[in-house]
Design a protein around this ligand. Sequence first.
Ligand SMILES: Nc1ncnc2c1ncn2[C@@H]1O[C@H](COP(=O)(O)OP(=O)(O)OP(=O)(O)O)[C@@H](O)[C@H]1O
Ligand SMILES: [Mg+2]
Length: 255
Amino acid sequence: MRIVVANQKGGVGKTTTAVNLSAALALMGDRVLLVDGDSQANASLGVGLINKVPNLYHVLIGEVPLEKAVYPTSVKNLFCVPSSPDLIGVDAELKGNGDWEYRLRNVLRGTNYDWIIIDTPPSLGTLTILALTAADKVIIPVQAEYYALEGLGQLLETLKYVINLLNPRLELMGVLVAMYDRRIRLSKEVYEELRRYFGDKLFKSVIPRNVKLAEAPSFGKPGVVYDPTSKGSIAYMQLAKEIRDAKAKSFRKGA
Ligand SMILES: Nc1ncnc2c1ncn2[C@@H]1O[C@H](COP(=O)(O)OP(=O)(O)OP(=O)(O)O)[C@@H](O)[C@H]1O
Ligand SMILES: [Mg+2]
């Protein structure tokens, strides 16, 4: 299953979610490929990969096959296609080429992972469209703040556009509260508002604000590996379980 983590709003926990969900699923024994679709390369850093060449850029422009840009990480079962600032050039390289939207989907075809998790930049530009076109499901991380819902309309419109024109398989998997502050009353109110708006599309797992999650990238490790007992890690393990259970249930339904 291919999951893209998207929200054009910056700093809402996309990368932290992509990295920790990937690592949590890998720790549970699944084979996972983390694809860093952001030129900021934060997800790559989060699994200890810095300035790797070739990377996603070279794959997207057709210079190397995907396998050449898949790197192992220090986490068993977790592999990563890293990014670098090179990726900024993807816009200019791909635009004007017919069918550019399918580039990532095509390069991922035939890969053999239980999960492919794709991180995206804080925009609804080229890389987010490439990721949405390649995916089965979308996770939208939001902060439990006043303006959590602001901008979501635009994101949902983009999803609709991609579903109608590029990728009819794509579905919203869920909205994730990714930096919940228990001490702030507002968090609870915003959570309730999200629940009313998204119903069962709001993940039951909630990620608390937790300093260990923020520290982990500077050690080149996912939070769930850096400090498995922290509240943030436990929450991401719970999210991974929720997602695995949902997948198992949908398989049973389909059978
Ligand atoms: N649950 C959390 N608790 C504490 N800090 C967090 C948590 N989640 C993320 N952070 C920190 O908040 C900052 C933003 O998170 P992150 O990079 O995951 O967001 P993003 O949506 O990927 O940002 P961008 O839009 O720039 O790509 C980072 O410094 C990260 O370490
Ligand atoms: Mg990010």
